[in-house]
Design a protein around this ligand. Structure first.
Ligand code: HEC
Length: 160
């Protein structure tokens, strides 16, 4: 009797371990995919705003929508990089999808936080400039500052 329940217990344990392994790997992949989707949304807003700023689209009343979307996303950037979803931890955590995040995200957490903060600040400033009714030149200048902040982070923390 004891042997049977011990075997049953071990089987259950083995099942739970295999299940948690599967779930964990799926979560890590999900985290990476989620991050990439959110970044794409950020890139989408910035790309769309760029068309309006360049005067290629007569939809200036939609500029605020993109600025607000970008600012909202910029404010949560640092939540998109849980340890397990970034190399080298991601490999150990069983990630099966590719991430372009570099190891520097974990190696230089302070610089990474500052880079994210810069995008948060520049997108907030751009949104504020729109709400203040700033002229086109001022808007274009504020917009360029956002672009610089994206590039600065990608340079150190995203693989080509
Ligand atoms: C704090 C760092 C940081 C900042 C700031 C940042 N990014 Fe990123 N971005 C990354 C990293 C890291 C990746 C790679 C993510 C991955 O592959 O897991 C990435 C990926 C992307 C991608 C590719 C998404 C995909 O997988 O298709 C786009 C587009 C993008 N970022 C746009 C932007 C834009 C636009 C800005 C500025 C408004 C910005 N990013 C600001 C770190 C940053």
């Amino acid at each position: 009797m004891k042997t049977i329940s011990a075997i049953a217990g071990m089987t259950t344990l083995a099942f739970l371990v295999s299940l948690s392994g599967t779930l964990q790997a799926a979560d890590v992949d999900g985290q990476i995919k989620y991050r990439q989707n959110v970044m794409k949304a950020l890139g989408g807003h910035i790309g769309a705003a760029d068309r309006i700023i360049r005067g290629q689209v007569p939809l200036k009343d939609q500029l605020r929508l993109h600025a607000a979307g970008a600012a909202d996303i910029a404010a949560i950037l640092t939540t998109l990089f849980p340890k397990d979803s970034v190399p080298p931890e991601a490999e150990f955590a069983g990630a099966t999808v590719e991430t372009k995040a570099t190891e520097a995200v974990l190696e230089k957490p302070e610089a990474f936080k500052q880079a994210a903060l810069k995008t948060k600040e520049t997108t907030a400033a751009f949104l504020a400039a729109i709400d203040d009714g700033a002229d086109d030149r001022t808007l274009a200048k504020a917009f360029r500052e956002i672009g610089k902040s994206c590039k600065a982070c990608h340079k150190d923390f995203r693989r080509k």
